[in-house]
Design a protein around this ligand. Structure first.
Ligand SMILES: Cc1cc2nc3c(=O)[nH]c(=O)nc-3n(C[C@H](O)[C@H](O)[C@H](O)COP(=O)(O)OP(=O)(O)OC[C@H]3O[C@@H](n4cnc5c(N)ncnc54)[C@H](O)[C@@H]3O)c2cc1C
Length: 388
């Protein structure tokens, strides 16, 4: 093997020592601690609290939190690796960790003032789950058409309105909530608030009964004259749109990682199963028709991973990554759907029943094309960048 010249860029998938160590420890955890719970969590649509505690202990709930605040002091790329490895086994666990790191902690590190960081980052690293509340019933893709209001009152802001589809809502005790201080000002009225469970006027409402990622809680939030101290404004009043845009631009790289992990999980299953299952006197993996289908999806997964890793590495190097991240999300979510669908096909009738893991990957894959910007919105971003 030749030694690369010092100035030669490394391949995207070649990991540094700390990246390799993180991936190995998360992979081992996912196999040993998550895999045995997958079916039960899907059926009961719930994570056991013990699993959350173990994720904190593993260090994946505070990956980019500096060590002085009790976090792992890692980079964005480490979050991508953790989300990929967890999603390979259970994309619900993947999104829990993704929202915590790529949205909530990311926003606090970038926009939180020193007092907020010192108060909240140690909690997020050790025991608190975070959630990110932008969407409402009437504003999804058009996120800045939101209706939740914030009214100034003495040393507080008083929030009223409802948020919908909020991931981690059942487990979280810290919520980044977006509301407008002036609907007439359009996006310039939007502001971000740090709402804590237990604040008067705040409650978590109905939990959605979903097609996929069922263990991940998705709930409504009710803000009924919820009084938030001014110390809990994240960033500046009227600049919440920047908080939202910048965190979501990065967050979608994490969803790309979730979808790559899911696709790899489906690929693992089909490789194993087709070598075991015999028809016409031989393993179905011996048929060239089956081999070619697996070879093609493996190629697509590799391409999706390269897109996702590239945008994560660009982000960590302070380079523009918007187009690459949007391409990574749309492509990886489509590949995940195709991989899961092929896995179901190759399992035959067994692919259609819950005794085998692949029908769940198929249900879980669909969300990748919906949240953190639907596929059409990703295409809109890409088109705007390349067409001007
Ligand atoms: C399981 C789950 C978890 C979620 N978690 C969170 C969360 O934690 N926090 C949060 O804030 N939100 C969350 N969401 C909300 C999610 O981000 C929205 O559902 C998503 O942005 C789409 O919004 P919508 O559902 O209102 O669909 P709509 O915006 O109504 O879109 C419907 C369809 O119209 C298309 N469309 C809309 N506008 C255009 C356009 N201009 N051009 C072309 N096509 C267009 C869309 O692509 C889509 O196909 C979650 C949703 C789900 C289902």
């Amino acid at each position: 093997m030749t030694t690369p010249a010092a100035d030669m860029p490394l391949s995207l998938t070649r990991l540094t020592e700390d990246e390799s160590l993180l991936r190995a420890s998360v992979r081992e955890f996912a196999e040993a601690r998550v895999r045995p719970l997958v079916r039960e969590m899907d059926e009961h649509a719930k994570f056991p609290r013990t699993l959350l505690d173990e994720l904190f202990k593993l260090g994946v709930m505070g990956i980019e939190i500096p060590e002085k605040f009790g976090g792992s002091g890692g980079r964005f790329f480490h979050s991508v690796l953790a989300v990929e490895e967890l999603s390979r086994v259970d994309p619900s666990v993947g999104v829990l960790v993704d929202v915590q790191n790529t949205l909530v902690i990311n926003a606090l590190i970038r926009w939180g003032n020193p007092e907020q960081q010192a108060r909240l980052l140690p909690r997020l690293a050790q025991k608190s789950v975070g959630a990110y509340a932008l969407s409402e019933a009437a504003s999804g893709s058009d996120a800045f058409g939101l209706q939740a209001r914030a009214r100034e009152d003495g040393d507080s802001w008083v929030l009223t309105g409802r948020k919908l589809w909020i991931t981690n809502a059942n487990e979280a005790d810290l919520f980044i909530v977006f509301a407008t201080v002036n609907p007439e000002a359009g996006y310039r009225g939007i502001s971000a608030f740090l709402v804590e469970r237990g604040m008067a006027g705040f409650s978590v409402g109905k939990k959605e009964d979903k097609l996929g990622i069922r263990a991940s809680s998705t709930c409504e939030l009710l803000l009924e004259d919820c009084r938030v101290p001014k110390a809990n404004v994240l960033g500046e009043i009227g600049k919440g749109y920047k908080v939202a845009i910048e965190t979501l631009n990065e967050g979608r790289i994490g969803i790309g990682a979730q979808m790559v992990g899911l696709a790899v999980g489906a690929l693992d299953c089909m490789i194993k199963y087709t070598k075991e299952r015999k028809q016409f006197g031989k393993a179905i993996a011996d048929f060239q028709g089956v081999q070619f289908q697996i070879a093609r999806i493996a190629t697509e997964i590799e391409a999706a991973r390269l897109l996702v890793y590239n945008s994560a590495r660009l982000r960590d190097q302070g380079q523009p990554f918007l187009t690459e991240a949007a391409m990574g999300k749309i492509f990886s979510s489509e590949v995940a759907e195709r991989a899961a669908s092929l896995a179901v096909n190759l399992y035959g009738g067994y692919g259609f029943v819950k005794d085998y893991p692949v029908e769940k990957y198929y249900r879980d894959a669909k969300i990748g094309q919906i949240y953190e910007g639907t596929s059409n919105l990703q295409l809109q971003t890409i088109a705007k960048q390349i067409l001007g």
